[in-house]
Design a protein around this ligand. Structure first.
Ligand code: HEC
Length: 151
């Protein structure tokens, strides 16, 4: 990672070396455009959404009212497909409304529900797929000041 960051920094240095030219208009045009970092935007959006909606019960890495969430996608994937949905899809159903998972009889969800006395909020349609993408992106890489590229 550090090596990659250094190479990245060096690249910026090289590309921003001023070009010697008489025509400043052309020079401006050739100046490197600021590089947007979509991963960082996504991570920050996820962090905000997590803080607003989930952090009262969850911490990405440590146990709280609810379980730690880092690695949660892999846990539901490993729980397997059921009724035409993958484990990951069931996890997304859970995040919107855990009742739907329990009522459908998905074993991992039933065991999860029975594992703690507390119950999770029902979020329903307020949590769009896009918001859930952001939250998962954050909780799956909570340590990073700068997020890595999504898997
Ligand atoms: C009011 C407390 C509460 C809030 C708020 C809450 N949860 Fe939960 N969550 C729980 C509890 C408790 C469980 C464990 C299941 C149970 O006991 O029903 C859980 C379980 C989960 C699981 C399954 C964990 C695993 O290891 O498989 C996921 C995923 C999850 N929550 C995601 C979220 C997300 C994302 C948010 C915010 C959008 C959120 N939760 C908000 C309490 C909460």
């Amino acid at each position: 990672m550090i090596g990659v960051a250094i190479i990245f920094a060096l690249n910026i240095d090289f590309s921003s070396t001023p070009k010697i030219t008489a025509n400043t208009a052309v020079s401006d045009k050739n100046a490197p455009a600021p590089k947007p970092n979509p991963d960082k935007e996504k991570w920050l959006a996820g962090k905000d959404l997590f803080k607003a909606n989930c952090a009262s019960c969850h911490n990405p890495k440590s146990d709280g009212v609810g379980p730690p969430l880092v690695g949660v996608t892999a846990r539901w994937r490993a729980a397997g497909s059921y009724q035409g949905k993958t484990g990951e899809q069931w996890m997304r159903v859970w995040i919107k409304n855990w009742h739907d998972v329990v009522n459908a009889g998905y074993k991992y969800g039933i065991d999860m529900h029975n594992s703690r006395p507390a119950e999770m909020n029902v979020f329903g349609g307020y949590l769009t797929d896009e918001k859930i993408d952001y939250i998962l992106f954050y909780v799956e890489s909570p340590d990073l000041n700068k997020p890595v590229t999504a898997k």
